[in-house]
Design a protein around this ligand. Structure first.
Ligand SMILES: Nc1ncnc2c1ncn2[C@@H]1O[C@H](COP(=O)(O)OP(=O)(O)O)[C@@H](O)[C@H]1O
Ligand SMILES: [Mg+2]
Length: 471
């Protein structure tokens, strides 16, 4: 931007002072001297020669003074141009008006600064909107460890606006705070792990990068939630640890017996028979466990494929009950089915449904206790009642398996479908359980978009209810 000068630009001297303005200022400044000299001449106090000398000296002095002032004005003027060029590159022009220029210029500088501030505020707002739109929490920390900025995700995470607070009053993890110190001391960016104790406990991966905030050193912290990944990783490693433990236990028993049979019991046929029987049972347990593990992994692999066979659930459950009858008889348990007439088929995978009800009815027989009855009731709902989870209000077939066993304490009910969870691990193992039956049931139901719920009263028995979508 240049000062508006028009087509015929006024003449300027070497210092850039417009000559016309300089002449006007010199004339203004010398006017009182001229008036005084003329008055003295008229009054006869001085003669013409003195008057001329006076006028020349007066004009020269006024000229020097005017030049000095104009030069200062030109400097201020060019500084003002520079400022306005920074704040407003495309428009705005101003004119300096001789002796009245300073107040005008002050006003112009003020309004220019106001525009700059308004523009800065607008930029700030845009930046905040952008930063708030990010789903990851962000914090800007200054050299004095205060949080200069926190985005919306950070405010939600810490349940307060933490701007202005010390970072250690918000995050207490010593490793995390040390990493922030390092970055503020000039080190490179750092990746850190952060656990927030909650509740609920949450895990984050944090990146701390050096940056500058209005010429000050600062650290920009961005957090990425890893809670779910950490939980999955933990479950995976727990699962591997549990599965190895479950396999190692029968193996240890078998190896122990092999040693005994080839050593101390070498010549004891009675002990040999007993030990071989136990070894056989342990080998069977291992094989059941391997079967269940494989089956679980196969079901998980196909979980996203919705099954499409039309299955008559009464026939499937009838088959399961027939297959389990010998086992029930062995444990002195009576099995009974109560099925409503005209049940619609359900869309499912026949083998998996058979596996599902085998596990549930097997549990009823196993944990039901001797001389009791396990009943299986099947009915149809036009609109499933409350308690059917996401199937509530939809066309469903409901299967209830009820036993009269010792029941399950309420605090364990939510954990029953976890892999390897058992209320009484020793009893489950004694009865041949793998601890995977209900986990398999859960995954089969997930594939079938079905729902399971458990109700139990200690000493009275357990009721397991399954809802499946009617075709
Ligand atoms: N009908 C039931 N009555 C009492 N406890 C049960 C019943 N069904 C399941 N449970 C409990 O849930 C646990 C997990 O069941 P499950 O996954 O089938 O494993 P498993 O039967 O191999 O032990 C069992 O060990 C048992 O403690
Ligand atoms: Mg079981």
């Amino acid at each position: 931007m240049a000062t508006e000068l028009g087509a015929g630009e006024p003449a300027k001297d070497k210092a850039g002072i417009p000559l016309q303005r300089f002449a006007a200022r010199t004339a203004r400044l010398s006017l009182p001297t001229v008036v005084v000299i003329l008055a003295l001449l008229l009054m006869g106090t001085i003669d013409l020669v003195m008057a001329v000398i006076g006028l020349v000296l007066g004009l020269a002095a006024s000229g020097l003074l005017a030049h000095a002032r104009e030069r200062r004005l030109v400097e201020v003027e060019s500084e003002l141009h520079r400022l306005m060029a920074v704040s407003e590159p495309s428009d705005g022009s101003f004119e300096l008006l001789g002796g009245d220029a300073l107040p005008v210029m002050t006003k112009q500088v003020e309004s220019s600064l106001q525009r700059m501030r308004a523009r800065q505020r607008e930029l700030d707002r845009t930046l905040s909107t952008l930063v708030d739109a990010l789903s990851d929490p962000l914090l800007m920390i200054l050299d004095d460890k205060r949080i200069e900025r926190a985005n919306l995700a950070a405010t939600n995470l810490f349940e307060r606006d933490c701007s202005g607070q010390l970072i250690e009053s918000v995050i207490r993890d010593p490793g995390f705070l040390a990493a922030i110190d390092d970055v503020l001391d000039g080190n490179d960016e750092a990746e850190v792990k952060l656990e927030l104790s909650g509740p609920p406990a949450r895990a984050f991966g944090g990146r701390i990068a050096p940056c500058r905030w209005y010429e000050q050193p600062a650290a920009l912290v961005s957090l990425r939630e890893l809670t779910e990944q950490v939980a999955i990783e933990r479950m995976r490693s727990d699962f591997v640890a549990n599965a190895s433990h479950e396999l190692r236990t029968p193996l240890t028993v078998i190896r122990g017996f092999v040693e005994t049979l080839s050593g101390p019991a070498k010549d004891d046929p009675e002990a040999q028979t007993r030990f071989l029987k136990t070894m056989g049972a342990e080998a069977e347990r291992m094989s059941r466990l391997v079967d269940d593990l494989l089956s679980l992994s196969k079901i998980e692999q196909n979980e996203h494929v919705t099954p499409a066979e039309r299955v008559q659930i009464t026939d499937t459950i009838g088959g399961v009950v027939d297959a389990l009858r010998p086992y029930a008889r062995e444990r002195l348990v009576t099995l009974a089915i109560h099925a409503a007439a005209d049940l619609p088929p359900i869309l499912g995978d026949r083998d998996q449904l058979s596996q599902l009800f085998t596990n549930l009815i097997d549990n009823g027989i196993k944990y039901g206790g001797q001389d009791t009855e396990v009943t299986v009731s099947i009915r149809y709902y036009d609109r499933a009642p409350a308690g059917a989870g996401p199937l509530t209000g939809r066309r469903t077939v409901e299967v209830v398996i009820q036993d009269r066993g010792e029941g399950i304490p309420a605090e364990y009910l939510p954990r029953l479908t976890e892999r390897f969870f058992r209320v009484d691990p020793a009893r489950s193992r004694r009865l041949g359980g793998t601890g995977l039956g209900l986990a398999i049931v859960k995954h089969i139901l997930r594939r079938h978009r079905g729902h399971i719920s458990f109700a139990s009263e200690v000493g009275m028995g357990t009721e397991v209810t399954v809802h499946l979508v009617a075709a």
